[in-house]
Design a protein around this ligand. Structure first.
Ligand code: ACO
Length: 277
């Protein structure tokens, strides 16, 4: 999907989601199986579910791309096919998909805070996270994140996740909800919070060893005894009246779209306004 067509995807209206409210998890195998059932069974309710889930993932992925100011969506149904291990968590509220969170495991070289040497780790990583603008700062992100932690067997251990190029909003989110803020800036731009290393040592061959299984390690208060650390920026002041309704439209104008395009977007985006009523 090129940038223009993904922006057009972002303009589309979110479909009614024939799913109960809450969090659902989707892998590429799940999406393929749903697609095959829709094709083979010709059952209208399965077809409606398939179309709604596919469209919602593509639309929210395209809106996330605009919100983060990046060149291409990180999440789409076709992107999911690139890696069978990726999981997309979808938050549905009042029959609308309002947020996505994509997780996958990656091999990373990062700085161990005690030895300052590079060690190879293989953490689960948050690769994309987005809540619809109109309902940000209402606890929806926390709800989706907590649901993901539970389904990833990481409840109570958010520090065991690495985050790919977190935005300032996401850094604030991690500090606000989990007290996580200290990390060593890495060339690969992944953030691994210092408490990740709490129960680790580096052996004589330079390999990291876990003295407690990673999923059982509990968060520890961040310590600044060793090494360089980096803290999340101070949170932006909360705007009166909640998140700006014109946020995406403004970004689109900044990206060279005409006023009419941006206004069309706002019309299409009425689904969110309906949600808020
Ligand atoms: N400015 C500063 N901090 C913010 C903002 C903001 N505009 N929005 C959310 N936060 C942080 C704050 O810590 C806030 O707490 P506060 O309101 O007490 O200050 C906290 O998040 C709110 O928590 P929730 O309501 O549970 O989270 P929300 O529903 O807003 O979802 C998310 C958080 C997903 C980061 C959302 O703001 C979003 O979609 N932002 C745009 C896209 C983005 O930046 N995604 C992360 C990209 S990086 C990656 O995906 C790996």
């Amino acid at each position: 999907m090129n940038s223009r067509s993904s922006d057009e995807m972002a303009l589309r209206r979110l479909p009614e989601m024939p799913l109960r409210d809450g969090i659902t998890r989707w892998t590429s195998d799940d999406l393929n199986a749903l697609y095959r059932r829709a094709m083979n069974e010709k059952n209208p309710s399965i077809t409606a579910l398939q179309e709604a889930v596919f469209a919602t993932i593509d639309i929210l992925g395209a809106r996330s791309k605009i919100a983060q100011g990046i060149n291409a969506p990180l999440t789409s149904v076709s992107k999911m096919r690139e890696n069978r291990e990726y999981r997309v968590y979808l938050l549905t509220e009042r029959s609308l998909g309002i947020g996505i969170l994509k997780v996958g495991t990656k091999k990373l070289f990062v700085t161990h805070p005690k030895t300052r040497s590079l060690v190879e780790i293989e953490p689960k990583c948050v690769l994309d996270f987005y809540i619809s603008e109109q309902v940000q700062r209402l606890g929806m992100g926390k709800k989706l994140f907590e649901g993901m932690l539970e389904m990833e067997n990481l409840s109570g251990s958010p520090e065991m996740l690495a985050i790919d190029r977190p935005s300032d909003k996401f850094l604030n989110f991690m500090r606000r909800h989990y007290g996580l803020e200290e990390y060593t800036p890495e060339v690969n731009k992944f953030v691994v919070y210092r408490p990740y290393f709490a129960y680790t040592v580096v052996d004589e061959r330079g390999r990291i060893k876990y003295t407690k299984p990673p999923s059982q390690a509990t968060p520890k208060p961040a310590s600044s005894e060793t090494g360089v650390s980096h803290s999340a920026p101070a949170p932006a002041p909360r705007k009166a009246g909640g998140p700006g309704r014109n946020f995406l439209a403004d970004k689109m104008r900044a990206n060279g779209y005409q006023k009419e395009d941006a206004e069309l977007f706002m019309d299409q985006n009425e689904d969110m306004v309906r949600y808020l009523k």
